[in-house]
Ligand binder design. Structure first.
Ligand code: SF4
Length: 416
């Protein structure tokens, strides 16, 4: 993937002063890292006061997650989740590459808070994995921590898939219950927390809270990816140094569905995105420019999800394939006589499929299809007669163009 431009705003505590370079241990310590800091109980109180939400996608309160594992009998385990399976997101890999000691510090603190006797760094990016291994060799933590290289698939970062992989199985989600806080790695109660979330924990311990900051990855509309640290609530519009022609966005990676052009002024907080009918998820946003048709973007995203289905749940295999085929036919104008039935099927499936798979992939596909019909129903109907020029020029390709950003620099003079 093209290297992202990086914009550091807010406190800048997450990405640090030099996010394109590796922060070494001495520099990390000089910024307050690895201090003795608060006791585990005090740190848990700080997390609660900061109302810190997880940054992996579900925005689950971290304090609740920590408590739900620590109140169970040991031994307990922590997994730092850096699998970053949402294809539009690069924030976790760059955080780990730039600030391996910050992430390790957060993982160590999480082990202390829940009384874990071991930890894992579950990481898909090989560069990040290498830097974390090097950091572990320089500053070995008090509990054993190992780096495990995750596979690069959409579902590998789902928490039960991570646990299954660490136990020697395939990186595929399992049925719930039990949830991983009840029965995780080796059967032990397990905290699976996103690496950005753990970085927040280390910053809280160092008295340098960035709980009001968020990492987001923004691409699309003819732009290469931008990685930005912003105060929660910042609208996307403020990330642009020049006005952008944006007609909407695919949000939350491929998880949150489509939003219309008002997305530019929506505060970057999970609640605002949910209220608008989407999901902020891991903060990955793919902007639609004037040359993009939402029908093809939806077909692309759902085609990608169908190809990434772990093919464990029958309803997911048939559901994602049915959605992808219907959207692709709509985008390409195939078999126009079946257009009305196709739209009716899309409406029925997008309402009826969520919640029926073992993980969120099926929900994501249904949300994308449902959002297309909700926001662009008339456009979808027009496509039953004839695809638009944008769809003809760029037919769906199972998500390929959503994964490969263009190469123009986002801020020509570098990030401000
Ligand atoms: S919902 Fe789909 S991707 Fe998720 S576990 Fe079932 S088959 Fe796999």
């Amino acid at each position: 993937m093209t290297e992202p431009s990086i914009l550091v705003g807010g406190t800048g505590h997450l990405l640090g002063p030099a996010p394109h370079t590796v922060e070494h241990l001495a520099a990390y310590r000089s910024r307050g890292g690895n201090r003795t800091g608060p006791t585990p109980d005090e740190l848990l109180d700080l997390v609660e006061e900061a109302e810190l939400l997880g940054r992996g996608g579900a925005a689950f309160p971290l304090a609740l997650k920590l408590r739900s594992v620590r109140e169970r009998p040991g031994p307990r385990v922590v997994v730092a989740n850096g699998a970053e399976g949402e294809p539009g997101s690069v924030k976790d890999r760059h955080l780990m590459r730039a600030r391996p000691y910050l992430v390790l510090d957060g993982l160590r603190r999480a082990c202390e808070v829940i009384g874990a006797d071991r930890g894992y760094l579950y990481v898909a990016d090989p560069v990040a994995a290498e830097r974390l291994r090097a950091a572990l060799a320089v500053a070995p933590p008090p509990v054993p921590i190992v780096v495990v290289e995750a596979v690069s698939t959409y579902v590998a970062g789902e928490e039960s898939a991570a646990v299954r992989f660490l136990d020697g199985g395939p990186a595929l989600p399992t049925a719930k219950p039990p949830r991983v806080f009840e029965r995780g790695v080796g059967g032990a109660p397990t905290l699976v927390a996103n690496v950005e979330t753990l970085a927040h924990l280390a910053l809280l311990a160092a008295g340098r809270s960035a709980a009001g900051d968020l990492l987001v990855t923004v691409a699309g509309a003819g732009q290469p990816p931008l990685l930005a640290e912003v105060p929660l609530g910042t609208p996307l519009r403020e990330l642009f140094s020049r006005p952008r022609a944006v007609s909407g966005a695919l949000v939350g990676g491929m998880f949150g569905g489509l939003l219309d052009e008002k997305v530019l002024d929506l505060p970057l907080i999970p609640q605002a995105y949910a209220a608008a009918g989407g999901a902020l998820g891991c903060g990955a946003i793919w902007l639609l420019g004037p040359e993009d048709c939402p029908v093809t973007v939806a077909a692309d995203a759902v085609g990608y999800l169908a190809a990434e289905s772990a093919r464990q749940c029958g309803i997911c295999v048939s559901g994602t394939r049915g959605l992808a085929d219907a959207l692709t036919a709509l985008a390409t104008g195939a078999d126009p006589g079946a257009g009305a039935e196709r739209l009716a099927n899309l409406a029925r499936w997008s309402a009826g499929l969520p919640g029926r798979g073992a993980c969120g992939l099926l929900d994501a596909a249904a949300r994308v299809a449902g959002s297309l019909l909700r926001l662009h129903g008339a456009l979808a109907e027009q496509h039953t007669e004839r695809p638009c020029p944008a769809c003809l020029a760029h037919p769906p390709a199972a998500g390929a163009r959503l994964l490969v950003p263009p190469t123009e620099p986002y801020f020509p003079q570098g990030a401000p």
